[in-house]
Design a protein around this ligand. Structure first.
Ligand SMILES: *Cc1c(COP(=O)(O)O)cnc(C)c1O
Length: 457
């Protein structure tokens, strides 16, 4: 069978790696809505954005027209240390499931930070360095983004201040220490080092923090410290642009063997890995050159796409950031404390939100215990210990493969395996000890947050 000629791992040669990122916005008929100034509700100008973000990144954020943006040589050199990442044919999982489906996964966990986040971290650090800045500030939840950014900053000799959601800071000391290995300073959020942190601590004594709150602190720290800018690891257009390297490599590897996927699956927190993975495929879809079924997978406990509202909302709890039009649960929505599986951001990338609203992709939710079941099933046959976030995509891919088993269809399924789960053993422990539940917010709860969305005319 020709089939057998497909290797377990498809790697690209160095000269087959992308030299430009692909900007899917260029091919979108309905562009994502612009970011708005939270005070005036007018579209943010490049000048206003430049007070918070690096200049070159502002240009990328606002660029809805150029389909390809060259990847600077310095970034390509760094990518070479851990890219191309392998596209793996999950022969063992297929065998285990006894499915006629062909399953591939793009594995982004092969770097010290353990996830795809390094792809954008290195780009953002590069542009900050090029602008002559002293350093950058950011937030991190579970710690993957902070780790990736610390690595990128140490490579370019930039200072890195990370506000880490307090609950993770306490529960994930190892992530914190990795960041410090790379020279970052890590502050638990909400902290007493910013005005917004003090305010949140006063209003919600004992709070264990949230991403939205840590973002507010990091933005404040960037605007108050001369020579600093704020960087963000997901949601923004520029981050999806950088992550397109995932999709471009995937497409190049599949093309090399003449494989056309039927279904493309990714987990969705803020949308960066999914947006990056699907970009070139979505481009073909938008240009009517090919069709693919694209599935976003989100946790049932933080269902932005499937139960959120498509509206302008704040990106942060402190309401200091620009407003973004996105699928959102409301900026002060915090998933249940029992939710251990990541992907806990209240909003979704404006690019993906628009594509979803236009019916170009679908979204499903999965419950966290079934996510961990899928994670273990995968770990036992494929040999990789997956991150809980990535395991949302695994769960959906397994379900699609099992559907093929029933119908006998030989579909080709590609999913994004965004990272490894070595720092998530507390979550795995909860799962093993039967202490993990599947809390799903009620309609009333969600309505309470939705009612607080800002009114924009
Ligand atoms: C951050 C992260 C995600 C979710 O973020 P997106 O921006 O939605 O991609 C998924 N998987 C891993 C391993 C992560 O670290």
């Amino acid at each position: 069978m020709a089939e057998n000629k497909i290797p377990y791992k498809i790697y690209l040669e160095e000269d087959e790696m992308p030299k430009a990122w692909y900007n899917v916005r260029a091919d979108m008929k309905n562009k994502p809505a612009p970011l708005l100034n939270p005070g005036t509700h007018q579209p943010m100008t490049a000048e206003e954005l430049g007070a918070v973000f690096c200049d070159e990144l502002v240009a990328q954020e606002l660029d809805n027209d150029n389909a390809y943006i060259e990847i600077p040589q310095e970034i390509r050199d760094f990518y070479k240390m851990y890219r191309p990442s392998p596209l793996v044919r999950a022969y063992c999982l297929e065998e285990k499931l006894q499915t006629p489906a062909k399953i591939y996964y793009k594995f982004e966990g092969n770097n010290t930070s353990g996830s795809h986040k390094l792809n954008s971290a290195i780009a953002q650090a590069y542009y900050a360095k090029k602008q002559g800045l002293k350093g950058v500030t950011t937030e991190t939840g579970a710690g993957q983004w902070g780790t990736a950014l610390s690595m990128a900053c140490s490579y370019f000799d930039l200072d890195c201040k990370v506000y880490m959601v307090k609950v993770s800071y306490e529960q994930k000391p190892f992530r914190r220490e990795v960041m410090r290995v790379y020279g970052a300073s890590v502050t638990p959020s909400p902290s007493m080092t910013t005005d917004i942190g003090k305010k949140i601590n006063a209003e919600l004594p004992g709070t264990t923090g949230s991403l939205g709150c840590a973002i507010s602190e990091a933005v404040e720290a960037a605007t108050k410290n001369p020579g600093y800018r704020y960087v963000l690891g997901s949601v923004l257009n520029q981050v999806l642009l950088h992550q397109s390297v995932i999709g471009l490599e995937t497409k190049a590897a599949l093309d090399k063997y003449g494989i056309k996927p039927d279904i493309i699956i990714g987990c969705a927190g803020g949308g960066s890995n999914l947006g990056g993975l699907i970009s070139p495929f979505m481009g073909e879809k938008l240009r009517c050159e090919a069709d693919y079924e694209i599935i976003a997978v989100e946790p049932a406990s933080c269902p932005s796409f499937t139960r959120g509202t498509f509206a302008y909302d704040f990106c942060d709890t402190g309401m200091v950031c620009p407003l973004a039009k996105m699928y959102t649960l409301g900026s002060d929505f915090i998933p249940s404390a029992n939710h251990a599986g990541g992907l806990r951001y209240h909003g979704m990338s404006p690019v993906l939100s628009q594509l979803y609203d236009d019916g170009l992709m679908k979204a499903i939710t999965v419950k966290q215990t079934e996510v961990f079941e899928a994670a273990e099933q995968f770990a036992r046959v494929e040999g990789i210990l997956p991150a809980p976030e990535s395991s949302h995509a695994i769960k959906a891919a397994i379900d699609e493969a099992l559907k093929c088993k029933e119908t006998g269809e030989e579909k080709t399924i590609v999913f994004g395996l965004t990272g490894t789960g070595y720092f998530d053993m507390v979550a795995y422990e909860k799962f093993h000890d039967g202490e993990m539940d599947d809390y799903i917010p009620t309609d009333d709860e969600l309505a309470k947050y939705a009612a607080k969305l800002p009114e924009i005319d």
